[in-house]
Design a protein around this ligand. Structure first.
Ligand SMILES: [Zn+2]
Length: 441
C-alpha cells in the first residue's frame, strides 16, 4: 500500500496541540499519527473529513443510507451528547455538520451534497415547510416522539446551498432549582425573600442563550403555586410546567406579549412570568403590574445590570415608573463545568491568582465522557443586584444622559454578589475554570 506523508500543519491546530502530533501519514485508508497522546478513533474520522479525505468504507456507508435514516443517525448521536443545536453548513465541496454542546460548536461530520439533499428533503417534509422552495428562508418544526424532543427548524439559503439549523428542545425538562443552576446559598436567600412579597419584580438579564428563561422557571419553584395564581406568557414555551397556566405568544393572531398581559391582568393573577420585555407597551404594563399587587418575573436582553435601566429609559418609559418597579436584578452568564471524570488540580497563572483570589483549579484533560473537551455540562454565573433606595431616588429624578455615570455608580451600589465573587467561588469549588469565567468578567 502506498504511504503518503501529509504536512502536519494540515491538521487543525487544536488537535495538534491537544495530542501533541509530530507527524502524520495517510495510506489511502486511514491516518497514522506520530503523537505523544493516543488520538481517539472518532477524532481520526473528524480529521479525515476536515482534510477532505474519504475512506472506502465511509463512502459506502453514506451511499447506503436514505435521507431519513441518515437524519436519524445524527439525531441519536446528538441526543446522546446533550446537543442543543445541529448545524448543517453547505460548503463548496461538502456539507459540514456541527453540534452545539454546552454552548460550543464542535465539528462532527462532513457529508456530500447529494446526501444533504436527501436529508433536507426529509427535514422539510417533517417541518411542514415547502419542499420545493430553496431560494427563500423557511421556518418550521416537528416533534421527535422517540427522543422526547421538539425540533425547531430554520433554513436559510447561502452561497453553496441551504444552511439548516435544528434546535433541539426537550419536551419535559426536569425542573431546575436555584441550587442546581449554581446559585450560592446567600444568593438563593435573597431571591427567596424577594418572591415572598405580594408585589414587585425580578428582572433577569444577560445575552442570548445565557439561560434566562431557565432561571425564571427555577424562581417559580420557590413560589407556592397551589396557593397562588401563577401564569406565564412566553414565546416560545420551552419549559412545560404543569403547576402553572402557560400562554404562547402568537403575533400572527395579534396575541403579543402586551395583548396577553392586558387580558390576563383582568384574571387576577398573583405571579406573572413574562418571557421577555422588548417593547415600550409591554415594559409599561409589566412595571404597572408590579406596582399594583402582582409579582412580575421577566427578562431583558442586555449585557450588564446597569444596562437594564438604560434599556427601559431608551424605551421611553417614565423614570418614576422604572424607579418604583425595579427591585431585584439578576445578571447571568453560562459557563462550562469542568469534567468530573478527567479533572486534575492545576496551578492558575499568577496575575489571575490575585484577581480571583485562588491558586489552583480543576482542569479537565479530556476523556470519553466529555468528548475530549475537558468540560461536561454548564453552570450559571450570577450577579445579584438589590437596587438601593439611593439609586431608585436617582432614577426617579433622572433628567438627562449627563447623569448617566452617577446613575450607573449608584446602581452598582446594590450589587450583593458580583460576577467576580461568584466566579471565584465556582473556580474554588472545582466547578469550572478561569478560562471559562474570564470572558464574563
Ligand atoms: Zn472528561
Amino acid at each position: 500500500m502506498e504511504l503518503r506523508f501529509l504536512a502536519k500543519d494540515l491538521i487543525p491546530l487544536h488537535y495538534r496541540k491537544k495530542y501533541q502530533i509530530h507527524a502524520i501519514d495517510w495510506d489511502g485508508t486511514s491516518l497514522h499519527f506520530d503523537s505523544d497522546i493516543p488520538v481517539p478513533s472518532e477524532i481520526h474520522d473528524t480529521i479525515l473529513h476536515e482534510l477532505g479525505l474519504e475512506t472506502p468504507e465511509s463512502k459506502d456507508e453514506n451511499a447506503s443510507l436514505k435521507g431519513d435514516e441518515a437524519l436519524e443517525c445524527f439525531f441519536s448521536s446528538a441526543f446522546q451528547r446533550r446537543t442543543t443545536d445541529i448545524h448543517f453548513e453547505a460548503q463548496e465541496k461538502k456539507v459540514c455538520i456541527r453540534y452545539r454542546i454546552d454552548g460550543h460548536l464542535q465539528t462532527v461530520d462532513f457529508i456530500r451534497h447529494e446526501e444533504y439533499h436527501k436529508m433536507i428533503r426529509v427535514i422539510k417534509l417533517k417541518a411542514g415547510v415547502d419542499i420545493t422552495e430553496n431560494r427563500l428562508p423557511q421556518e418550521g418544526g416537528f416533534r421527535h416522539e422517540a427522543g422526547q424532543f421538539d425540533i425547531r427548524v430554520s433554513i436559510v439559503p447561502s452561497l453553496y446551498g441551504e444552511k439548516t439549523v435544528l434546535r433541539i428542545l426537550p419536551i419535559q425538562k426536569a425542573y431546575n432549582t436555584l441550587q442546581t443552576l449554581g446559585m450560592t446559598e446567600d444568593q438563593i436567600r435573597i431571591v427567596q425573600m424577594a418572591v415572598q412579597k405580594r408585589s414587585g419584580s425580578i428582572i433577569v438579564n444577560g445575552p442570548t442563550g445565557s439561560g434566562k428563561s431557565t432561571t425564571l422557571h427555577a424562581v417559580l419553584q420557590e413560589i407556592d403555586c397551589k396557593a397562588k395564581s401563577v401564569l406565564s406568557i412566553e414565546d416560545p414555551i420551552e419549559i412545560v410546567d404543569q403547576k402553572i397556566c402557560q400562554f404562547q405568544v402568537n403575533e400572527a393572531l395579534g396575541l403579543t406579549y402586551a395583548e396577553y398581559l392586558k387580558r390576563v391582568l383582568r384574571q387576577d393573577p398573583d405571579v406573572i412570568l413574562l418571557g421577555e420585555i422588548r417593547d415600550k407597551e409591554t415594559a409599561r404594563l409589566a412595571c404597572e403590574a408590579s406596582l399594583t399587587g402582582h409579582y412580575v418575573l421577566s427578562t431583558i436582553h442586555t449585557k450588564t445590570t446597569a444596562d437594564v435601566v438604560l434599556r427601559l429609559l431608551e424605551m421611553k418609559l417614565e423614570p418614576f415608573l422604572i424607579a418604583d418597579a425595579l427591585q431585584l436584578i439578576i445578571h447571568q452568564r453560562l459557563v462550562r463545568k469542568s469534567c468530573p471524570y478527567c479533572s486534575f488540580e492545576e496551578q492558575i497563572p499568577t496575575p489571575l491568582q490575585d484577581l480571583l483570589q485562588i491558586e489552583t483549579q480543576k482542569t479537565g484533560q479530556g476523556c470519553y465522557y466529555c468528548n475530549n473537551t475537558g468540560y461536561l455540562g454548564r453552570i450559571g454565573l450570577f450577579e445579584i443586584n438589590q437596587i438601593s433606595e439611593r439609586a431608585r431616588d436617582f432614577v426617579f429624578s433622572f433628567l438627562s444622559h449627563a447623569d448617566l455615570d452617577q446613575c450607573m455608580e449608584l446602581l452598582n451600589e446594590g450589587i450583593r454578589f458580583s460576577m467576580k465573587d461568584h466566579a471565584s467561588t465556582l473556580v474554588r469549588n472545582g466547578l469550572t475554570t478561569y478560562q471559562e469565567v474570564l470572558p464574563c468578567l
